[in-house]
Design a binder for this molecule. Structure first.
Ligand code: ADP
Ligand code: MG
Length: 232
C-alpha cells in the first residue's frame, strides 16, 4: 500500500501546469479587487477546510457561513462534494483527477476573492503539494488553512454518509485514510480538535481569527508601522 501512496504523491507533485493556448493576452480591467472589496465591506479571503471525510468540514463551514451571513458579510461556500455535481462532474478520484479537482476549486476560490467574497472551501485536499499550490495561487495572507483534525477512528465511527463502511468493504477505491493517504498540514493557521469542541465553538475560533485579520487590515499604514516599531 505504501508504494501506492508514494505513487499518488509523486503524481501530485509532478503534475505540470496545463499549457495555456498561444496568442492569449491578459485583458486589463478597470474595476479593481480593492474597489470591489470596498463595496462588499469584506476583507476577502479563503478559509480552506481540510481533513478526513467525516471530520466535520462541512458542518463547521456551514456554521461559519451562517454566522458571517447574519453579520452582513458576503460569502460563498465551495463544498467539494457539491462541486462534483457540476464544475467537476467529469472528475473521479484518481491521483490526476484529485489534483485537477483541487486546481479548479483553487482557481474558482481565487476569482471569488477577487470578486470581494469571504470564500469558504471544504475539500479533503489530502496532499500537501496541492494545498501549497492553492495557497500560492490565492496568495499568502488571503489563505487561511483550517485543519479539521479528527482522528480516523472518530471520523469512521461518525461515518455520516456510510462511505467508510463501503470503503472497508472494498466498494470504494482510493478512499482517503483507507487506501489513499492523508498528509497532515504542518502550517495550518487554525487547527480544530473536533473531539473536544462543538461545531459552534470551532466556528467561534474561526470568526475571532477573521475579525483579528480584518482589524489589522483596517489599521492605517502609519499606525501599523508604529506598532511594528513598538513591538520590535
Ligand atoms: N465537533 C464536531 N464538529 C463537526 N462535526 C461534528 C462534531 N461532532 C460531531 N460531528 C458530526 O460529524 C459529522 C461530520 O460530517 P461532515 O461535516 O459532513 O464531514 P466532512 O464534510 O468533513 O466530510 C456530522 O454528522 C456532524 O454532526
Ligand atoms: Mg463535507
Amino acid at each position: 500500500m505504501q508504494e501506492g501512496w508514494n505513487e499518488q504523491r509523486r503524481a501530485s507533485e509532478a503534475r505540470a501546469p496545463r499549457e495555456r493556448a498561444s496568442n492569449v493576452v491578459w485583458q486589463q480591467v478597470e474595476v479593481s479587487a480593492a474597489s470591489r472589496a470596498a463595496l462588499t465591506g469584506n476583507t476577502p479571503c479563503v478559509l480552506w477546510f481540510t481533513g478526513l471525510s467525516g471530520a466535520g468540514k462541512s458542518t463547521i463551514a456551514n456554521v461559519v457561513e451562517k454566522q458571517l451571513h447574519a453579520a452582513g458579510r458576503l460569502t460563498y461556500l465551495l463544498d467539494g462534494d457539491n462541486l462534483r455535481y457540476g464544475l467537476n462532474s467529469d472528475l473521479g478520484f484518481s491521483d490526476a483527477d484529485r489534483v485537477e479537482n483541487i486546481r479548479r476549486v483553487s482557481e474558482v476560490a481565487k476569482l471569488m476573492v477577487d470578486a470581494g467574497l469571504i470564500t469558504i472551501v471544504c475539500l479533503i485536499s489530502p496532499f500537501s503539494a496541492d494545498r501549497r499550490r492553492a495557497r500560492e495561487l490565492i496568495g499568502a495572507g488571503r489563505f487561511i488553512e483550517v485543519f479539521v483534525d479528527t482522528p480516523l477512528d472518530v471520523a469512521e465511527a461518525r461515518d455520516p454518509k456510510g462511505l467508510y463502511k463501503k470503503a472497508r468493504r472494498g466498494e470504494i477505491r482510493n478512499f482517503t485514510a483507507i487506501d489513499s493517504p492523508y498528509e497532515r498540514p504542518e502550517h495550518a493557521e487554525i487547527v480544530l480538535d473536533t473531539t473536544s469542541c462543538s461545531p459552534e465553538s470551532a466556528a467561534a475560533t474561526i470568526i475571532a481569527m477573521l475579525n483579528r485579520a480584518a482589524l489589522s487590515d483596517a489599521l492605517p499604514r502609519a499606525e501599523k508601522e508604529a506598532e511594528a516599531h513598538a513591538i520590535g
